[in-house]
Write a protein that binds this ligand. Structure first.
Ligand SMILES: Cc1ncc(COP(=O)(O)O)c(C=O)c1O
Length: 408
């Protein structure tokens, strides 16, 4: 018997390799997974979608947690563009952009996005997560200092961990805390400031002008993840950086095509030289297939709609104002959200679960976010408003929340 065959013999004939393997055991015994499967708060399968309504477990519900801010995912022009792209280009690039995966439609979308965001160039990938990760991982390296808001998205943290750079976290949206940290750092150290434009859980708008003031003359490159700002803020939905008038001073705008832009994918936009550097060095770009024709075409169509049909953005803000006024009347804590991403902060897991469950019972689909996914004490129902919500939807939501708030 060879040594290879000897290794393959189980310790006890009754035990299968799954029972012997520690990783299988870890999966089987994981308490978090057991709890998730017991209470079933996530991974609900939506069987059908009709505007703001969805069918879940055979029941019609109002969707109150989608990032389809402008309600464009079923817009006829978006659907038509996706179908045409599929016919023209097929279903997939089956390759990395660097190799066989670059197509004319990539360049068209990137040119349009760059222009829309007020940057020279843009690079698109198959997920916002990948783009945001690469927007940090590509530029920082050992010896650099990353200055990061404590509350940024997982994709940015994932990028940070790839770099080997020193990391300093500052209090959420606090230029004052950043200034304190910088007092103890060398001006000449290469630095990267990593923030979001609109914080996805909190709905806060970053105080970018104040941050820019603090990092002046500090050798600092600025990365803003605007996944929740693009399509929602700024002139014609050009995002947070446009809204705050700081496009020139922000070096990288990164984000997602999977929210207001009604597709799936992500982008990194900046000057020609920094985007070409990304095309040379980003692992997330070099070793991952190019975005599919259908995804690119849907995002491109959404960008056109943003410019030709301002009514979607207007309606989003009208709905958001109505909804926020309701939550204020009910004394619910929205963490001072300033946008259409609106948390209802309940502060502990039990209350959050109860509210989520009651909303589900009343036909309102929401998502709960609990620690460690959010910072302790900020357990919440993460709701978001869409241009697609009708007045009737909002009134039904109001009635349900009024009833639930009384019993909290
Ligand atoms: C702030 C932020 N950045 C990045 C992403 C990742 O985007 P995607 O869902 O397109 O991968 C998200 C998605 O939730 C997000 O909220």
């Amino acid at each position: 018997m060879s040594s290879l065959q000897l290794d393959a013999v189980p310790l006890s004939p009754a035990q299968t390799s799954e029972e012997l393997c520690s990783i299988f055991k870890r999966c089987r015994d994981d308490d978090t997974t057991k709890l998730r499967l017991k209470y079933n708060p996530w991974y609900h399968t939506i069987e059908k979608q009709m505007g703001s309504r969805v069918i879940v477990d055979g029941r019609e519900m109002i969707m109150l947690s989608s990032n389809d801010y402008l309600g464009l995912t079923n817009h006829p022009k978006v659907l038509e563009a996706g179908k045409k792209a599929l016919d023209r280009w097929g279903s997939s690039t089956t390759g990395s952009r660097l190799a066989n995966g670059s197509r004319r439609y990539h360049i068209d979308l990137e040119t349009k996005l760059a222009e829309f965001l007020g940057k020279e160039d843009c690079h698109v990938s198959t997920a916002g997560y990948l783009s945001c990760m690469s927007a940090v991982a590509t530029y920082a390296s050992k010896g650099d200092l990353i200055l990061v808001d404590r509350n940024v998205h997982s994709s940015l943290w994932c990028g940070i961990t790839q770099t080997g750079a020193k990391v300093e976290r500052f209090s959420h949206n606090s230029p004052e805390d950043l200034a304190n940290i910088l007092q103890f750092e060398q001006k000449e150290t290469p630095k990267i400031l990593v923030i979001e434009g609109v914080y996805s859980m909190e709905g806060h708008i970053a105080t970018i002008p104040e941050f820019l003031e603090v990092i002046k003359y500090q050798n600092c490159f600025v990365v803003v993840d605007d996944a929740h700002g693009v399509g929602v803020l700024g002139h014609g939905g050009r995002g947070t950086v446009d809204h705050l008038g700081v496009t020139e001073s922000v070096d990288i705008i990164t984000g997602s095509l999977s929210k207001a832009l009604s597709s799936t994918g992500g982008f990194v936009a900046g000057s020609k030289e920094v985007i070409e550097f990304l095309r040379t060095h980003s692992k997330q770009t070099i070793f991952s297939a190019g975005i599919s024709p259908c995804q690119a075409a849907c995002a491109e169509a959404a960008l056109d709609i943003l410019q030709s049909e301002p009514e979607h953005l207007e309606r989003l803000w009208e709905n958001t104002r109505f909804y926020k006024a309701l939550l204020a009347e009910l004394n619910l804590d929205t963490w001072n959200s300033e946008t259409a991403a609106v948390p209802i902060v309940l502060g502990n897991k039990e209350k959050t679960y109860r509210m989520w469950h009651s909303l589900m019972e009343k036909g309102i689909f929401s998502v709960m976010a609990v620690s460690p996914g959010v910072i302790p004490g900020k357990d919440m129902i993460r709701t978001s408003i869409s241009a697609r919500h009708t007045r009737e939807d909002l009134e039904i939501i109001a009635e349900a929340l009024t009833d639930i708030a009384k019993k909290l």
